[in-house]
Design a protein around this ligand. Structure first.
Ligand code: PMP
Ligand code: GLN
Length: 379
């Protein structure tokens, strides 16, 4: 019988983390910190566990967390968000992305995705009978070509998926990009899915959330994740902000995908988002120090790179080291022979065959980054 996702295997994140473990390599592949979240936050989880908040949470998310999300977003992005009708807490951004796509994409709909793209979008679109329209981000800065987007749109275009700060390239959208997006969608009824899980990891100025622009927000699902912001990727708590009518459709899927999300963690996050805004406000400084340390250590290597403008990922070009290897071969070699694991980015798209780029995650202790760079500088 036909399978539903014939092109899909096991994700590169699982594959590389397993390979790193097998070879005791320093794992700079899958994106997660090797340090813990803030103690005050961990303590709140223990508190709520012990207080007995261990049964189902409300389907849409605990009210205190939805309020905290709405307040934070309103303050940062100068917008209005109604916690009752516009915010839904999900089991990670992954669930939110899947529920957005499932709730709006119908058979034959076209969805525009910019390449290289995070790996969960395409299977979700295909499972719903949609057609992925791939547009390449520009070279070498991985920015959106607005003219190309305009030409790709037609009356079958149901949705455009945006992701800024961008995984895996570390590029970010500017205020001018939002102007361009507004101009391109004007007069159409296309929807927007904005994956903003790295919203608090932006190095050159404030994050340009779609929520800043009423003309974009009125047709957008904005998705984020607490995993990135609070160094707690294992908790899988995220959220989706969308206008009431879109949220109604979104919740129809959410209630049958997971129904609700881990209860004591939501309560703890509600307290922490509200009481410690300095955590997310200082996150760019925290990660910039790590980016700069990693880049400085790697300056004497034979890798070539431009520092990432957002996310905790750094792309590096290895064409002076092993030009004969494609990036999958290079990432495997690096893991098994050099002892540092990275992500090959060709797995995210049909990339130019001559491209020689891998992605390193620098959400690591300074000691881990130093050890990894020592190894990488020897090759
Ligand atoms: N989108 C992007 C761009 C990501 O990098 C990640 C991180 N894994 C996710 C979505 C998923 O986030 P979560 O772990 O909260 O499901
Ligand atoms: N988002 C993380 C990354 O890009 C990994 C997520 C996952 O393992 N599925 O590395």
């Amino acid at each position: 019988p036909e399978t539903k996702l014939p092109k899909v295997g096991t994700t590169i994140f699982t594959e590389m983390s397993q390979l790193a473990a097998q070879h005791s390599a320093i794992n700079l592949s899958q994106g997660f910190p090797d340090f813990d979240g803030p103690l005050a936050l961990l303590d709140r989880v223990t508190y709520y566990l012990e207080q007995g908040h261990n049964q189902y949470a409300p389907m849409t998310g605990v009210p205190a967390l939805r309020s905290a999300i709405a307040l934070k977003s309103a303050k940062l992005y100068d917008c209005k968000v109604d916690p009752e009708t516009e915010v839904t807490v999900t089991s990670g951004a992954t669930e939110a992305l899947f529920a957005v796509i499932g709730s709006v994409v119908c058979s034959g709909d076209e969805v525009i995705v910019f390449d290289p793209a995070y790996d969960s979008y395409e299977p979700a679109i295909e499972l719903n009978g949609g057609k992925v329209i791939h547009l390449a981000l520009g070279s070498p800065d991985f920015a959106i070509d607005w003219q190309q987007l305009k030409s790709a749109m037609n009356d079958r275009t149901r949705m455009i998926i945006l992701n800024s700060p961008h995984n895996p390239t570390g590029s970010v959208m500017s205020a001018e990009d939002l102007d361009q997006l507004e101009a391109v969608i004007k007069g159409t009824d296309v929807l927007l899915l904005s994956d903003e899980v790295y919203e608090h990891i932006c190095y050159d100025g404030p994050h340009q959330s779609l929520l800043r622009r009423p003309a974009l927000a009125e047709r957008a699902f904005v998705v984020s994740s607490f995993g990135k912001t609070y160094h707690t990727t294992g908790w899988k708590v995220g959220y989706c902000i969308a206008p009431p009518a879109l949220t109604v459709e979104f919740r129809k899927l959410h209630q049958y995908l997971t129904f609700c999300t881990v209860h004591p963690v939501q309560l703890a996050l509600a307290d922490f988002v509200r009481d410690f805004p300095e955590h997310y406000l200082e996150l760019p400084v925290f990660y910039k120090q790590k980016r700069d340390l990693f880049c400085q250590l790697m300056a004497s290597s034979r890798f070539r790179f431009t520092p990432a403008r957002g996310t905790y990922f750094q792309l590096m070009d290895y064409s002076e080291i092993k030009p004969e290897m494609n990036d999958v071969e290079f990432a495997r070699w690096l893991t098994t022979e050099v002892g540092v694991a990275a992500i090959p980015i060709s797995v995210f798209y049909d990339c130019p065959p001559e491209q020689r780029l891998v992605r390193f995650c620098f959400a690591k202790d300074d000691a881990t980054l130093t050890q990894a760079a020592e190894k990488l500088c020897k090759i």
